[in-house]
Structure formats: structure tokens, C-alpha cells
Design a protein around this ligand. Sequence first.
Ligand code: IMP
Ligand code: MG
Length: 178
Amino acid sequence: MGFQLRELYSRERLSREVQRLGGEISGDFAGKELLVLVILKGAFVFAADLVRCISVPMEIEFIEISSYCGTDSSGRATVIKDVAIPIAGKNVLIVEDIVDEGRCLSSLLDILRPRGPATLKVCAMVDNRRRRTIPLEPDYVGIRCSCGFLVGYGLDLDQKYRELPALYELIPCDESVC
Ligand code: IMP
Ligand code: MG
């Protein structure tokens, strides 16, 4: 079985949603400072656009967690690269590419909460409701959908397609046809 890529959300649409999100976040955090915490690798494209639409002062940090977000015996996802600074007392805004089942984000929140941030919010470019198994609502959402597997705008399939400027859905098809 092969697959085709079908454009679902254009770069113009993504750009409009990012500007809207930037406005909402700037309003909500007016007079405060943010620690923007980007989840590697998928969120790097979205985050690069988003931070330039936010008008409050910020620090930007990165964290990488295992792409397999099942939990180990201690009940935690594996942190591959941790945040370089303490987050206690800070207004942390997690920037995630996509919330799907909800496991990655839920594990990450469990890891970060005990570190004592002043506030801990989540901004996801895509909230794909179709396979959600953990009840979890991101605070800020670019696109809410119920769709199949997406690539582009930072999202990958086996590390490929992150560079595509729009969001595409993978459509399975017969190899003799596609
Ligand atoms: P969750 O635990 O299922 O919510 O997994 C979220 C993580 O899995 C995201 O941060 C992505 O890295 C990856 N992921 C989930 N759905 C997709 C998708 O449709 N395309 C690409 N990556 C995805
Ligand atoms: Mg990810």
C-alpha cells in the first residue's frame, strides 16, 4: 500500500491561525513575561512563526521527549533533552505541533508540574480529536480537526516532510495507482 499527500490546510490558513494565536496569547499575558517551551522536533516550524506574532517579552527553551510516549514503570515519558533552565515561578507556554492521543503532552505536563511553574499552558498547532485517549484540552489551538495522519509544517513521517509549508493528510492508495 502506498500513499498520497493531500493538502488539508494551506500555508495562508496556517499563517492566519498563527497570527490569531499570537494575538490571543499576547492579550492573555499582557504585562507578564513568558517562557516559551518548544517540544522538539515537530514544533520547531510552528514555534518559529508563533514567537514572532507574540508581543510580550519571552525566553525560548527547548525540550525533547521520546517520540514513543508510552510510559515506563515510573509512569513517565522519557526526556531526551531537558530544559536548560529552572522553570519554577515562570509563565510556561508549551508549544506542541499536534495533540493526537494526548499521551505525549499528558506525560510532559506530569513531568513539568512538580517543578513549580507559576502557570503552565499549552499551545498546539493541531488538535486532532480522532484518536484522543487521554482527556486533554490544549489552552490554545491553531486548527481543530478529526483527520488522519498529517505531515508538513514540522510534522514528519519517519523524519521526512517536515519542510513542507502546508499541512497534508496521508491518503493510503494502491501502489499501482499512486
Ligand atoms: P500523542 O501522544 O498521540 O498526542 O502524540 C503526539 C506526538 O506524536 C506529536 O507530538 C507528534 O510528534 C506525533 N504525532 C501524532 N500524530 C501525528 C501526525 O498526525 N503526524 C505526525 N506526527 C504525529
Ligand atoms: Mg512531537
